[in-house]
Design a protein around this ligand. Structure first.
Ligand code: 3PG
Length: 307
């Protein structure tokens, strides 16, 4: 029987797993569940004989892909597929897909939630400030960026965006000011919300030169990827500018240095929480299951990322 594996070290909500199971079993396939696994070897063993796999931020590196003897499709239930070794997948003729847009509202809500939490002094009882009329810069205007703009409009923020791949008209029809460069965005806005993917162009690209352009007070919100930040530069900026804060859904590797010296100017979720809502799990998980069924039964390659 055709086997579909869900391999998630951070499990989907039970209601999403139930929905995924329904889609898989109605298609006549068998669902295999590997949740909360602690060693990559567990993933390597589980993937050996399956035809398809659904993952989240789980690392599908060459070792994992090479261990998959029957694999035809790997789906990242979510947006960023930097955790998949695409070259290894392509070499083995495995189709890799993501589920664009399916968890974007959840991530956007968290980005604004982090801003509120910080603006109210992490709820410590002291007077904070409001987001209304503050300038927000959205760095990359994809599904998440668009949702951030929609929610930030409700807060009455002044919204700017930079995305070299999206036209000015497309951005401005949402009531957002499109700027011509990242430099312009960072020079204009007190808040920057990062929504760039992690790839060879963007890794380590958020550096001192860019961040130091932000007007005071400056708040960087990262619900994207830790790898896009040049962490040594960020720490240098923290040392140079007391007005600078960093809120992130992904812990930096040098978290201890922030904790030792910069209390009150940072917040890191202990576990990546952006997409961790029932709704996002249902949308991305069931979307992934449907994409697998469509691919295996009809050869549908919509959303393939390793073309
Ligand atoms: C994504 O790329 O879709 C988000 O970062 C969510 O990741 P997660 O599925 O591991 O929560």
């Amino acid at each position: 029987m055709t086997k579909i594996l869900i391999a998630t070290d951070k499990p989907f909500a039970p209601i999403a797993v139930k929905g995924i199971r329904k889609v898989i079993e109605e298609a006549g396939f068998e669902l295999v569940l590997l949740e909360n696994y602690t060693s990559p070897n567990d993933f390597i063993s589980a993937i050996a004989d399956v035809d398809a796999v659904i993952i989240r931020s789980d690392k599908a590196d060459k070792a994992v892909i090479d261990a998959a003897k029957n694999l035809k499709i790997i789906i990242r239930a979510g947006a960023g597929y930097d955790n998949i070794d695409l070259q290894a997948a392509t070499e083995k003729g495995i189709c890799a897909m993501n589920t664009p847009g399916q968890n974007s509202n959840a991530v956007a809500e968290l980005a604004l939630g982090l801003m509120v939490y910080h603006a109210r002094n992490f709820f410590n009882g002291k007077s904070g400030f409001e987001l209304k009329d503050k300038k927000l810069g959205i760095h990359a205007y994809g599904y998440v960026g668009k949702n951030v703009a929609r929610i930030a409009h409700g807060f009455g923020m002044k919204i700017f965006a930079f995305d070299p791949f999206i036209s000015k008209d497309e951005i401005e029809k949402d009531g957002v000011t499109a700027v011509a460069s990242a430099e312009e965005l960072y020079s204009t806005c007190n808040y920057i919300s990062l929504h760039i993917p992690a790839n060879s162009q963007t890794k380590q690209s958020i550096n001192y030169t860019l961040l130091s352009k932000m007007p005071s007070p400056a708040v960087l919100v990262n619900t994207a990827r830790a790898e896009v930040i040049q962490e040594a530069d960020l720490l240098k900026l923290f040392a140079d500018r007391k007005d600078f804060s960093y809120l992130s859904d992904v812990e930096p590797t040098n978290k201890a240095e922030f904790e030792a010296t910069y209390k009150g100017r940072y917040f890191f979720t202990p576990k990546k929480m952006g997409a961790q809502t029932e709704e996002a799990n249902i949308n991305a998980g069931i979307g992934a299951a449907r994409q697998i069924v469509n691919f295996l039964k009809n050869g549908d390659r919509t959303f393939q990322v390793n073309k």
